[in-house]
Ligand binder design. Sequence first.
Ligand code: SAM
Ligand code: SF4
Ligand code: F3S
Length: 438
Amino acid sequence: MEKMTYALITFGCQMNLHDAERIRGALHARGWSECEPRYAEAVILLTCCVRESAERKLYGRLSSLKPLKEKRDTIIAVGGCLAQKEGTRLIAQAPYVDVVFGTHQYPHIADLLEQAGGGAVCSTALSGVRISGIPCSRLEEFRAWITITHGCDNFCSYCIVPYVRGSEVSRPLEDVAEEVGAHVAEGVREINLLGQNVDSYRRKEEGKSRFADLLRLLGSRYPEAWIRFTTSHPRDFDLAIVRSIAETANVCEYVHLPLQAGSDRILAAMNRGYRRAEYQVKVDELRRCVPGVSLTTDVIVGFPGESEEDFAATLEMLELCRFDGAFTFLYNPREMTAAADLPDDVDARVKQDRLRRVMEISRRLTSASLRGEVGSEQTVLVHGPSRKDPRRWSARTRNNKLVHFQRGEVNLTGVFARVEITAAGSWSLHGELKEILG
Ligand code: SAM
Ligand code: SF4
Ligand code: F3S
């Protein structure tokens, strides 16, 4: 077959960014090569549908590709979560789309693209995704993302993810370890374990969570690499996991633990499976056992029936847990989900005002958390030149705080270094290079 070219445009979360690495791997293995969309024979969009805004973004981008189709007969393929949700509806809405592929179909991407041309192809069966043994073409040389669980069984009442990613499956422990080993042998410095709920890793297959065991195993086998993980679920994040973070030297002191809401009534309506007091006990335990840990969260405001009192409970939890950062969202009803049947009854202006108030507190907490680092010396992993100011390096501390420091002659991308933290801004730290660790 002649050499084919593709361009890949990714929306959505880290899961999609990593699926994109797998799609690249699968296509490269079949002799495809990557180029800019305007020269590509196939343009692939990897989509998100977690909120309506994500859908709008996709349709905007899709219509901007129409001229390419008309001029060069470019193959247009749409995959990922929105493609899974819409299926043939997507083709009806955008008839110039050639291929729609769902979240379990990306290992077959080369076949699907090669079939295009004889009419639109729609492949969205949730037939069980293959997550082992698929080639991966990493976006970065020094950081690797590794899926440990795929899909989700939690069915939080607002969330569409279980419907579009399918039910949760975990990879075998040794299989994950082998992939980590291959990345580390290629010089990767940071491993990021990925799952919608990493804390339930292998619970379904083995009857109990093996996540703490996985952290310990990877920590002892690959001590030279930093290990991170996302996302944790407050119901399943337990003491064994806290201890494994505390006792495994190369597991980084950073946890993203989405709270979503601070009122027990709303947490129950969200089907989150924990109460605020339990959440707080876990946070206290984490802060006690893992000194310097940084804790971030997700918060949804304006869930159906959220009263001012419920909302006040969320604000109170933000202060009590002293989050180092919070991602905040306006509730947005999603079709298929249980909450979509509830009246979306919080007035739009009230929702906006609540969002503003949550963001105000979270900004203040983030600033305080950054100020707390000033004067310390930290090991950082350098990610590359800062996008805003290329005269500076952009790096992350073990507890995932962004640090900028002056660039010199030597290329430090992907290198560990010691940096003294000299000042704190609103979102990042400033530092001075003390030592290059290599
Ligand atoms: N599995 C992770 C978890 O349990 O938090 C991440 C799920 S989701 C991709 C990321 C965040 O989007 C959620 O934590 C939630 O705060 C937000 N989100 C999901 N559905 C939403 C909705 N319908 N409206 C507003 N925010 C939503
Ligand atoms: Fe969505 Fe809840 Fe699953 Fe996270 S745990 S992906 S919020 S259903
Ligand atoms: Fe991620 Fe969006 Fe899908 S947040 S899991 S790409 S719906």
